[in-house]
Design a protein around this ligand. Structure first.
Ligand code: ZN
Length: 536
């Protein structure tokens, strides 16, 4: 092979895969009186259609199909050769017609296969009915037993041209980038695929006898197979998914194959029952299983390991978290879960347990006491601890609110004329109760209020000071963000009194804002003066 895949030798095959057209017009192909291609008034009523087919390269007159059967951009058959074609009006410009397709051209036999990936382009020049074909290369590969090389292009400065040189990294799928559009189709058609059947790749290629339905990552499959011919045992040994994951690079860390061996069990480092277990998922769980064996649990008896993995393969993260909190060994964790789980299964149990332990942690329980971390009735204890933690959280929020209460005092005001007053809530529980009483969502604001991210205010009637009436949210730049009564006023309009109060309160807040800024500046000035005094 002198040239690295002689694409021109397969140009006919490539043309066969490109789209074909029949260009048509009503009338005779060869008019009696005028030049080729002219249109005649008298031909308007002709029963013939003048056609040119790019599949059979023939100009002919179709007298069987009615001229009205021909429609621009319709898909149909060439009346001469039967090829599937797109019909195009002959008079319409072909200069905008452009089709690009991707191909992988194969060449070689025996122990050497070369692949050249190309983009082939079809265009029309001037009034030509015959398409113009062009192609350019986007990737090349060379496969030998135990060796797969992908090439990359480098600029040769001295010769001033692009050259191909072997890439050091592992081969990847070809990338048929397109410079003129956003859309990039990375599928490709095989050309001269017989070369594969006549080479060392034939054993893996037999898996896909139908060339129309190739697996995703087909070239990567071939590259992986060339490097590791044992991939064939994977496929034949019921581990097709695992082979596919290797090809796609979906294995992840912590997994190493013993490619030196020719025995599937040895390649995978598993025992016979383990191999049978892996076959249940066509090998899909292999990497997951190996990681489970390495990080969570591995018994001398593989059947035991399998049994634990079957139950806990979804709960690995949870086991790790519980282990981190409690210091328990994974086996003990799993045994406890198996003993105590209910019908919802171990994963559900593990999430509940983890939640329980998190609450215990926030309540500062002794997490080394097994009676606490592995209670007899986790379901009951979980609910108890959850309530306690909630109370504790409310206490924490209330404490924070108390700290901020003094600074918020200037936002409280009474309007004797309207018979209304506004005050801040004092505990988190109060905010939640307000939300419940008025059936709106202020309860969710307790934490933000406690942290000073926003301010919640209670608007009450002087006559009924302890009955929730309206609730307001004031942002940190002193603007009223929300003011709602029962059920967010979905079923009742705000009264005039409330609207007037809102207006007056906003004015009041503007004054508070000004005052606070003044106070701040005064405090700063004082500080500066004190500093100056201390320096003097
Ligand atoms: Zn034809």
């Amino acid at each position: 092979m002198s040239e690295f895949v002689n694409v021109d030798a397969y140009l006919d095959e490539i043309k066969g895969y490109m789209p074909h057209y029949v260009f048509y017009r009503r009338g005779y192909g060869v008019p009696v009186l005028a030049g080729y291609g002219d249109y005649y008034e008298s031909e308007k009523n002709s029963k013939l259609t003048d056609c040119y087919c790019t599949a059979c390269n023939t100009r002919y007159e179709d007298g069987i199909n009615k001229p009205s059967a021909y429609k621009h951009k319709d898909i149909g058959k060439c009346a001469n050769c039967g090829a599937i074609v797109e019909r195009r009006a002959m008079g319409r410009g072909r200069s905008t017609l452009r089709e690009v397709r991707n191909f992988a051209v194969f060449e070689g036999a025996g122990d050497l296969v070369r692949i050249k990936c190309i983009k082939a382009e079809l265009t029309f020049q001037g009034d030509d009915l015959e398409p113009n074909y062009d192609w350019w290369e986007v990737a090349r590969y060379q496969l030998e037993p135990h060796k797969a090389i992908q090439f990359r292009t480098v600029w040769n400065i001295r010769e001033r041209k692009w050259e191909w040189e072997p890439r050091k990294s592992k081969p990847s799928e070809p990338y048929f980038s397109s410079s003129w559009g956003y859309y990039c189709d990375n599928s490709y058609t095989l050309v001269n695929a017989d070369a594969i059947s006549n080479s060392f790749l034939k054993y893996i290629d037999r898996e896909w006898p139908d060339r129309e339905h190739l697996p995703a990552f087909y070239i990567k499959w071939l590259c992986c197979y060339a490097e590791h011919p044992q991939l064939e045992y994977f496929v034949k040994g019921g581990l097709y998914n695992l082979a596919g994951n290797i090809v796609r690079g979906h294995i992840g860390c912590g997994v190493r194959f013993n490619w030196k061996s020719n025995d599937l069990k040895k390649i995978l480092r598993v025992s016979k029952p383990e191999l049978e277990y892996l076959q249940e998922s066509d090998g899909n769980i292999y990497a997951d299983y190996v990681r489970f064996r390495n990080r969570v649990f591995s018994s001398k008896n593989p059947t035991e390991t399998i049994s634990y993995h079957r139950n806990f393969h979804n709960s690995v993260e949870l086991i790790q978290s519980v282990k981190l909190i409690t210091g328990l060994l994974p086996k003990k964790i799993m045994d406890y879960a198996l003993r105590k789980q209910n019908r919802q299964g171990v994963y559900y149990f593990m999430t509940l347990w983890k939640d329980y332990l998190d609450n215990c942690d926030s309540l500062e329980y002794d997490l080394h006491n097994e009676a606490i971390i592995m209670p007899k009735n986790l379901w009951l204890e979980h609910d108890k601890v959850m309530k306690l933690a909630k109370v504790r959280e409310d206490e924490l929020l209330s404490r924070k609110m108390k700290e901020l209460a003094e600074t918020r005092r200037d936002m409280e005001v009474t309007d004797m004329e309207l018979g209304l007053f506004i005050r801040q809530p004092y505990t988190a529980g109060e905010i939640i109760a307000e939300g419940k009483a008025l059936d709106h969502c202020v309860g969710g604001y307790a934490e933000r209020h406690a942290n000073g991210a926003t301010t919640i205010m209670f608007l009450r009637q002087i006559s009924k000071p302890s009955v929730p009436y309206y609730t307001m949210e004031v942002s940190n730049d002193f603007t009223i963000k929300q003011c709602y009564g029962y059920q967010n006023n979905r079923h009742s309009e705000k009264t005039l009194d409330i609207c007037i109060f809102e207006q007056r309160y906003q004015e009041y807040l503007d004054a508070v804002k000004k005052q606070r800024r003044k106070d701040e500046q005064r405090a700063k000035r004082k500080k500066r003066q004190q500093k100056a005094k201390a320096a003097a």
